[in-house]
Every structure is written in C-alpha cells, then in structure tokens.
Design a binder for this molecule. Structure first.
Ligand SMILES: CC(C)(COP(=O)(O)OP(=O)(O)OC[C@H]1O[C@@H](n2cnc3c(N)ncnc32)[C@H](O)[C@@H]1OP(=O)(O)O)[C@@H](O)C(=O)NCCC(=O)NCCS
Length: 430
C-alpha cells in the first residue's frame, strides 16, 4: 500500500467498517516488534478491536491511500479505557488509561503515533479526566521517547508486573487552564449584561466569543434566565449562543446541558484551550528571525492588521466592531511584513491578564503559508507576553483546526480545557 503525501494523519473514533482492520493492525504491529511470544494469548486480545470499540474508546489514525483514489486508510490505532472498566489495568478514579498503541510497520516514522497520542490527550481533557496513565515494557524504547516528548513522567511507585514481566508506569497531567473568566477578560464583549449567574456578551454579532452567554455563578432559576437571555439576543437580532463547559466540571454544567438539549440547542463549535508555561519546562525557544521579513508591534490594530485578521468577514463595519472588541483591554498587535511591502503577511495579538498571556487572532496570508511565519510570529508574541510579566500562555483553537493544533503542539502547548458553543436552532422556535 502506498500512502499519499499528506500534511498529517486524521485521528478519530473508529468507524464500524474500520474496526476489524484496526485489530489486525494492532497484532501486526506487536508481532513486527517481537513483543509477542509464540502462541501468546495476548495476540487474540490485540486482534479483538470489536470488544475494545464496545467497552472502551477506539481511536484510529487514517491517511489517504494513493492506490484507492485517496480513500482513508487506517495506519494506526490506540485504545482509551476509563477507570473501572475491563481494559483499565492501573487507572485510578478520574484517570484515563492508554492501551495498545500501534502503528502499521509500513507507516512508521511519519508521526502517526504522536498524532494518535495528541488526540488521546485532547480526548482525555475533553472528557474531564484528571490524569492519563499507561504502562510500557522496558523494551519499548521508541515509545518511551515519544511519551517523554509529550510530557509524560515516570511513576515508579506504580510500576507493576507478573512473573518475568516488568511494566513501567508513566502519567500525564493536563496543565491548569485559565478558566472562562480570565479568557473572557482578554476578549471583552462590547456590551455585557448579568442575568441570574450568567454573563451575556453582545458585540454586534462579531465572533462567538463576543456574542455568547457564559454561566459564571449559580443560576437560581436557569430556565427563566435562559428565557431572558434568548429575548436579549432576539432583540439584538442575534442567535442565542451559550458557551458550555466540558463534562464533569463543577457547577451546573449538566443541568444547563439538559436544558439546552430540551430547547433544541446544537453544538456549532468545539474549542480547545491550550496552555504553555513561559518560565518553566519546556524552555521557551529564543525569538526566531526569518530572512526577508520583519515584525512590527503597535498598541492598536490598524486597518491592514484588521483586514488580514477578519479575512472574508471584512467590511468597514466589521473592522470598527473588531477594533472596539479587541481594544477593550490593553494588547499588543504584531504584524509581519516582507522587507519590501507594507502589507502584512501575518498578524497576531497578545494581551496579558494576571499572570497569563493570551495569544489570539493569528492569521497567515494564504500566499505565505508553510514558510515558518506563524511559528516565528507566535514565538515573538510569547516573548512579548513574558516580557510584560506573564508566567504562562494560553490560546484557543477550534477542535477541527489540525494545522493550528500542530503548530501549537510544536511550540510546546498542551491541552488544558475544552468548551463548546451551542446555538439555538431557529427551527426549534427560538
Ligand atoms: C495555522 C496557520 C496560522 C499556520 O501558518 P503557517 O505560517 O503556514 O505555519 P508555519 O509555516 O509557521 O508552520 C509551523 C508548523 O505548523 C504546522 N502546520 C502548519 N500548517 C499546517 C498544515 N496545513 N497541516 C499540518 N501542519 C501544519 C506544522 O507542524 C508546521 O511545521 P513544519 O512546517 O515544520 O511541519 C495558517 O494556516 C493560517 O493562517 N490558518 C488560518 C487561520 C488560523 O487557523 N489561525 C489559527 C487560529 S487558532
């Protein structure tokens, strides 16, 4: 099988027609690495991906295959088991356990395992897990390197084994998230109304961040509050959008989710909050200077900066609204231009709130992508944030934006939180 040249694999839940192949691939990968003895009973377990799909979470990595017109072909898989289920050997309450990571021998050396593990950590955060755990054999040297790169640490006191087998335990703990309130202070809506524990943002419809309701306290009568919120948005000529937290958090998340379900709200976007320390590990790389481009910084966005950020949405009214939202809090606006033109090739914004630097609005012009501009500009923004006293940085990225996620992982960011925007479907009468 030949795989097409691609920028990276797609990782997702296994579809029904992929499950048997994922099982065969797992056994094939373990056999190729001589991790199974002859007549090893474990081989049957590795092949039984159908049971894993039923009792755990079975993720697959796919790439387009040249020989079948670019059809997605499974080249790797990993299983995630919740505490208390059969596949969880060592997980404690609140932990998610990684099992049976496997990449087809013909697809190795292309970052497939790393993509699977990143997706696994993202899934863990999204499902509210407080830690991820896994066991490896001493001989799985390549895997040890991968887990160390992803920020796993050894937990020797949890090592275990049987007969002659020694299993090393490693754990990964998500970084602390800034939380919705810090996030919203870096993106203040033009108008804010407080409604019974909710903070309702209204900003002429520009960006969901500026035009959504967020539960910040305890709503005494959530249903009544939602009625009022829906009226406010309707009067402003806007759809009702609610930002909902990931499952398992504190507060009224579950109650609100049930209320939204009943009113026909649907998820319109899922966003990951990624975090990086600016003072600890991994050490922040030095600013990057690229030949032929320069970076300028201002306290306000000019029209050219706003035009690149807004892209297709760009008109004079949006520029004014965008400028008003962004400048509601002090921030720096970085532009990267070529040395012979004033038109920006890339823009980004950084603002510092408490000890957090929030990086936002990163866009690279379509004609200038994959030349390292985003990496260099984001690094500058992170240094600017640190120079202004921030100890850590966060940014928000839509869950489907694989290019941005790869960029940020490469810069040392890790998933810390996930939230969703839910919008009332007009057909439900809202
Ligand atoms: C995401 C975006 C900013 C990347 O800009 P860029 O200048 O092309 O990125 P760089 O050249 O600096 O790439 C750095 C790394 O990011 C990752 N990356 C960037 N584009 C990628 C793509 N299309 N697919 C997979 N990985 C990608 C790679 O890891 C890359 O490193 P590599 O080239 O050594 O493999 C650009 O695609 C963009 O403007 N997209 C639309 C706006 C957007 O999504 N902004 C982010 C909002 S959170």
């Amino acid at each position: 099988m030949k795989v097409a040249e691609v920028t990276g694999p797609t990782v997702r839940l296994a579809r029904a027609d992929e499950i048997a192949g994922a099982g065969a691939l797992t056994a094939e990968a373990y056999l190729a690495d001589r991790l199974l003895d002859e007549d090893d009973e474990y081989e049957a377990q590795l092949r039984d991906a159908a049971r894993r799909a039923r009792e755990a979470i079975l993720l697959v990595a796919t790439v387009p295959c040249v020989e079948s017109d670019g059809t997605a072909t499974v080249v790797g898989t990993v299983t995630l088991a919740r505490y208390g289920t059969d596949y969880a050997e060592i997980a404690e309450p609140g932990e998610l356990e990684v099992r049976m990571l496997a990449v087809a021998p013909r697809a190795r050396g292309r970052g497939i395992a790393e993509a699977l593990m990143r997706a696994a950590l993202g899934y863990a955060v999204a499902s509210g897990a407080r830690r991820v755990v896994l066991s490896t054999l001493d001989s799985m040297v390549t895997a040890h390197r991968l887990y160390a790169r992803l920020g796993f640490v050894r937990a020797p006191d949890r090592d275990w084994g049987h007969q002659y087998v020694h299993l090393r335990v490693q754990t990964w703990t998500p970084p602390e998230a800034p939380g919705a309130l810090v996030e919203s202070r870096t993106w203040p809506p033009l108008r804010v109304e407080d409604v019974d524990g909710w903070r309702v943002g209204i900003s002429d419809g520009l960006t969901r961040r500026g035009n959504s309701a967020l539960l910040t306290g305890t709503a005494m009568r959530p249903g009544d509050a939602l009625d009022r919120i829906e009226r406010m948005y309707s009067q402003a000529g806007l759809p009702s959008i609610v930002r909902t937290p990931r499952p398992g958090g504190d507060g009224q998340g579950e109650e609100v989710a049930a209320l939204l379900d009943a009113r026909g709200y649907r998820t319109v976007a899922e966003t990951d909050v990624l975090v990086r320390s600016l003072v600890g590990e991994p050490v922040l790389p030095a600013r990057l200077e690229l030949p032929g481009v320069r970076i300028s910084e201002r306290d306000e966005p000019d029209d050219a900066w706003l035009e690149l950020w807004l892209g297709a949405k760009n008109d004079a009214a949006d520029r004014d609204t965008g400028r008003a939202i962004l400048t509601g809090v002090p921030a720096l606006y970085l532009s990267m231009t070529s040395t012979y033109s004033a038109t920006p090739l890339a823009v980004v914004r950084v603002t510092v709130v408490d000890d957090w630097a929030a990086v936002s609005c990163l866009v690279v012009d379509g004609s200038a992508r994959r030349r390292g501009l985003a990496r260099a500009l984001t690094l500058h923004a992170l240094h600017d944030g640190r120079d202004r006293g921030a100890q850590r940085a966060f940014l928000q990225v839509e869950a489907h934006n694989a290019a941005a996620a790869a960029l940020y992982w490469g810069l040392g960011f890790q998933p810390a939180d996930r939230y969703a925007y839910r919008e009332r479907d007009a057909r439900s009468g809202g």
